[in-house]
Design a protein around this ligand. Structure first.
Ligand SMILES: C[S@@+](CC[C@H](N)C(=O)[O-])C[C@H]1O[C@@H](n2cnc3c(N)ncnc32)[C@H](O)[C@@H]1O
Length: 138
């Protein structure tokens, strides 16, 4: 997902529904990017903070208990989504209205309807299943 978005150390990467923080941590560790992870579950935010500390990227990462639907995306240059299909659909207009023009959005498995992706790539997950990754630009 990060490679598809061509993340660099100039980016601010948001992961909406960050779980254990792996995407934001990889963005910091492997690409030198700053990142913000949000999740509605406080447990995951605590876990993300612990994982960022273990990975030595606390200074580049921020994790907040927040709803993806209401988060401020005005400074995001990259947005990552690994959510259920209806959430991706709902977030389409929210991201369009909140993120600046030119922000790169990558969604795992589900692309938004009526929104033409700039690129679709497939990958094989740990269970051997082929999954699509969708890139679009706001
Ligand atoms: C499939 S997991 C993805 C976790 C992580 N991004 C990854 O790649 O491993 C989806 C996460 O989204 C969170 N989530 C679901 N709806 C959300 C919402 N409206 N706002 C913020 N987080 C949400 C869940 O708590 C869960 O941790």
């Amino acid at each position: 997902m990060l490679r598809l978005a061509e993340v660099t150390n100039k980016d601010l990467v948001y992961d909406l529904g960050c779980g254990d923080g792996r995407i934001v941590i990889a963005a910091a560790k492997d690409f030198g990017a700053r990142g913000v992870g949000v999740d509605v579950e406080p447990y995951w935010i605590e876990e993300s903070r612990r994982n960022a500390k273990k990975a030595g990227v606390e200074h580049l990462t921020t994790f907040n208990v927040e709803d993806a639907m209401t988060v401020d995306l005005s400074n995001a240059s990259v947005v990552m989504l690994y959510l259920v299909e209806w959430s991706v659909g709902k977030l389409k207009s929210i991201i369009e209205s909140k993120a600046k023009p030119g922000a790169r959005v990558v969604s795992y498995c589900f692309g938004p309807e009526n929104w033409t992706p700039a690129k679709v790539e497939s990958c094989v997950d740990v269970n051997g299943q082929t999954r699509n990754l969708y890139l679009w630009i706001t």
